[in-house]
Design a protein. Structure first.
Lengths: 259, 342
């Protein structure tokens, strides 16, 4: 009996378990039938084509993109200076701040969503889109701070002093010698933030209103009414998009170093 | 031409929070001098250097350079260069761009920039490395880039933080020669910080020995080496037998010891290098505890009425075994007379 058989079998099973749903979705999306089914009935690209025709998908996709890009950009705008302060200065509550910033990773999204809905949107009539935007920014912020901090900690701080002694201002030194050296960290944070925001369900679930939906929420409600393979087709497209982004990031940035 | 105080520090006090690192320091440095700040870690030498660069604001006191008060002048407008111990090269820029960094900020570009950077790289022998990134260079090469990067700015003062400590022995000699050459050719005033007395002695025109945030002694390498002013400096430059003088006698563990000759009145202490001790004759007796052979000489550790004593003799003299009792003398005329005993 080969002693490697057991662990290798487990490995194969785990891999199949992880990747299986993806193949099922892709196969189901190529179905020629009228309902979501596996194995697919016949082969066709008509459901893939239909994804692009559904009006609400287009709108919610735009909303998701806006939140993912805008929210991540905002999180980075706040997160880069915050990371800089955390890594360069001895702050009295530095460790506490680090923990608080990491909270959105630990606290279940459903609680964040409920809290925002109950205490921001309902009592103050807060604009739903704005609430969604804030929620996504907050969700992405921990990743931004963590990844950018890692880059900053790997960068010697005396290069800023060197730049100053060569005639640069403090701010100039930041943009001339710090930013270029943490650029790949920032890009990695952006990608991680984008994917996190785009795939976010629980928070968005509470903060969706009439006409304001993110793509994953729209897919849920679409399925409640229409049980055709177009949702599978959309899922497959999104999965390919995510895989593509992460593949490119790994290829050009060595993404896995940061996460 | 030679201003007696090109760079002067007056009553300079520097602190980190509540911890005073340097207190009431007065120092003046002439134009074109090569000065070493020598001392153990924590003595305030690096702190003083950083305040000259403008990276640390003094709590009180005055720094003036070339006739102008620069105490409140920002670090980026002082015309002071600094070669960091870690070199602090910009990792994302090529060697050329590292050297060009400050010149670009001054508004130089095109042919003028290229010729200035080219000359800078040529002076440190790195012309063919212009397109490399710092990570592709050896430590010695990185340091030369850092030197060129500071020197192309034509600073009034060039500061160097432990310039030789990260280099191996062979490169150390090379860099020492290089620094002396740069100093000779450009006439720039140079201050370097070191904890290594050999480095200070071999490189500097003048040495400022520091201890606990204050200057212990200022002098030429010869003065520091031969006439240390205090027990601390004596110990730092290799006087291993150091005794306080009290009422004309040497202070020792078992009571005062009288030397045969008269002691100089003013001395607070006397110090002898191991090789200044006469072994084999003299009024004192010591027992050999151990010996170490170092090629041309042999060093003995003796138990004596004065306490443990080190004596060095020519290795050609037949060795004395441990436990042997030997006569020895501490010749007063050879001793360094210490002004202060600390």
């Amino acid at each position: 009996m080969n002693s490697r058989l057991f662990p290798v079998t487990v490995l194969v099973l785990v891999t199949a378990f992880l990747i299986g749903p993806f193949f099922i979705i892709v196969a189901a999306s190529l179905s020629g039938g009228e309902t979501l089914a596996f194995p697919p009935q016949g082969l066709s690209l008509k459901w893939v084509a239909k994804v692009f025709e559904v009006e609400s998908f287009r709108e919610s996709f735009a909303m998701s993109m806006l939140l993912a890009i805008g929210g991540t950009a905002t999180a980075l705008t706040l997160g880069i200076p915050a990371s800089y302060a955390l890594s360069r200065y001895r702050l009295p509550f530095g460790e506490t701040v680090r923990t608080v910033v990491a909270l959105p990773i630990i606290v279940p999204g459903i609680i964040v969503g409920l809290a925002l809905l109950r205490y921001l949107v309902v009592p103050f009539g807060f604009n739903i889109t704005l609430a969604l935007f804030l929620a996504h920014t907050a969700l992405v912020l921990p990743y931004a701070v963590r990844v950018v901090s890692a880059s900053l900690n790997n960068l010697r701080s005396d290069i800023e002093e060197a730049a100053v002694l060569l005639g640069s201002s403090r701010a100039g030194a930041f943009f001339r010698v710090v930013m270029p050296n943490i650029r790949s960290g920032i890009l990695a944070a952006f990608i991680l933030g984008f994917v996190t925001s785009f795939n976010q369900v629980p928070v968005s679930l509470f903060l969706s209103g009439p006409g304001v939906r993110t793509l994953p929420i729209d897919m849920l409600s679409y399925m409640e009414i229409t049980y055709d393979p177009s949702v599978a087709a959309l899922s497959a497209l999104l999965a390919f998009m995510s895989i593509g982004i992460v593949f490119l990031a790994e290829r050009f940035l060595g993404f896995s170093r940061y996460v | 031409m030679s201003d007696p105080a090109f760079l002067s520090l007056e009553k300079l006090t520097l602190a980190y929070g509540d911890t005073v690192a340097v207190k009431d320091l007065d120092l003046s440095i002439r134009k074109g001098e090569l000065v070493a700040f020598l001392g153990p870690s924590g003595c305030g030498k690096t702190t003083t250097m950083r305040s000259i660069a403008g990276l640390l604001k003094p709590q009180s006191g005055r720094i003036s350079l070339d006739g102008a008060d620069i105490t409140r002048v920002a670090a980026n407008r002082r015309s002071v260069g600094l070669v960091f111990q870690s070199y602090a090269l910009f990792p994302h820029l090529t060697v050329f761009e590292n050297v060009a960094f400050g010149l670009r900020l001054k508004g130089l570009s095109g042919a003028e920039l290229e010729s200035r950077v080219g000359a800078g790289l040529k002076s440190v022998g790195l012309t063919s490395f212009a397109d490399r990134k710092p990570a592709e260079l050896s430590g010695g090469q990185q340091q030369r880039v850092a030197l060129a990067r500071s020197m192309v700015m034509e600073p009034k003062v060039l500061l160097l933080d432990e310039p030789l400590s990260n280099l191996d022995a062979r490169l150390r000699l090379e860099m020492r020669t290089e620094l002396q050459r740069v100093q000779r050719e450009t006439g720039v005033t140079m201050i370097f910080v070191t904890h290594d007395q050999g480095e200070a002695l071999s490189l500097a025109d003048r040495i400022v020995v520091m201890l606990n945030g204050a200057i212990e002694q200022i002098g030429t390498p010869e003065e520091i080496y031969n006439r240390p002013a205090s027990a601390f400096v004596a110990d730092f430059v290799g006087f291993e037998n150091i005794f306080a003088v009290e009422n004309g006698k040497l202070r020792a563990g078992n009571g005062p010891i009288e030397l045969p000759g008269p002691l100089p009145d003013s001395a607070a202490g006397l110090a002898w290098r191991p090789r200044m001790v006469t072994l084999g004759s003299g009024p004192f007796q010591g027992t050999v505890r151990g010996a170490s052979f170092s090629g041309s000489t042999r060093e003995y550790l003796l138990d004596t009425p004065l306490g443990a004593l080190k004596a060095e003799v020519d290795a050609a003299v037949p060795a004395h075994a441990a436990g042997t009792t030997l006569a020895f003398d501490l010749p007063v005329e050879k001793a360094a007379k210490l002004e202060r005993f600390n």
